[in-house]
Design a binder for this molecule. Structure first.
Ligand code: 5GP
Length: 200
């Protein structure tokens, strides 16, 4: 079978989304090459740390779906994947720490080596809730891998085993992160300049 999709013969790999001229996108906070380099490193570290154990990756939807997909492919172990979706009560930009599980896991966690894959940690309240909820299901171990952590904003100690990047406390989009469901497909992470909660 040809590796070239029909109708794409000769197409050059390029930017998936054309964001030039979007006035709501500010500077790039983490560029694609940095993301991919760091995720490869995290994958190597996780592969080494979990040697002999099969980690169960739990992606927190929706924001973590892009990161989880790239990270999983850098782990050279027989991983399993499951997802849960949570929604936080609070304003558009700040969570209250009261979290509702919108989609629960399909798999039983008892005796499993669970690695929670998060897109971004801001106050840490969502993660703190998740940790308590998941620990009550008796996993053999529970660790967290967060791609982005906002500097100095955590109201609780999020106890993160793996961190991709520490970033300034701006609201960011791209690489899975959205505003009103937009921008998840961007390959880089950008500062969002618009008013969060009033998406055009
Ligand atoms: P926390 O409970 O740590 O304050 O918030 C975590 C959740 O808030 C993240 O999983 C994410 O859904 C959302 N969030 C926090 N900061 C940002 C941000 O800068 N951009 C986007 N798009 N979502 C964010």
């Amino acid at each position: 079978m040809s590796a070239t999709p029909p109708g794409r013969a000769g197409a050059q790999p390029g930017r998936a989304a054309d964001v030039s001229g979007d006035p709501l996108l500010g500077p790039v906070v983490v560029a694609e090459a940095q993301l991919q380099g760091r995720i490869a490193e995290l994958g190597r570290q996780i592969t080494s740390d979990y040697s002999g154990r099969a980690p169960l990756l739990i992606g927190v939807l929706k924001g973590a779906f892009v990161f989880m997909s790239d990270l999983a492919r850098h782990i050279r172990l027989p991983v399993e994947c499951d997802f849960m979706a949570v929604s936080s009560y609070g304003s558009a930009t700040k969570t209250s720490g009261v979290v509702r599980i919108v989609k629960d896991l399909d798999l039983d966690l008892s005796g499993r080596h669970v690695l929670v894959v998060e897109d971004i940690v801001d106050s840490g309240l969502t993660l703190s809730y998740l940790r308590r909820n998941l620990l009550a299901r008796h996993p053999a171990s529970l660790e967290v891998c967060a791609l982005l952590v906002k500097e100095g904003l955590q109201r609780v100690d999020p106890d993160l085993r793996y961190v991709g990047f520490r970033i300034p406390p701006d609201f960011v989009v791209g690489y899975g992160l959205d505003v009103g469901e937009r921008y998840r497909n961007l390959r880089d992470v950008y500062v969002y300049l618009g008013a969060v909660g009033s998406v055009p």
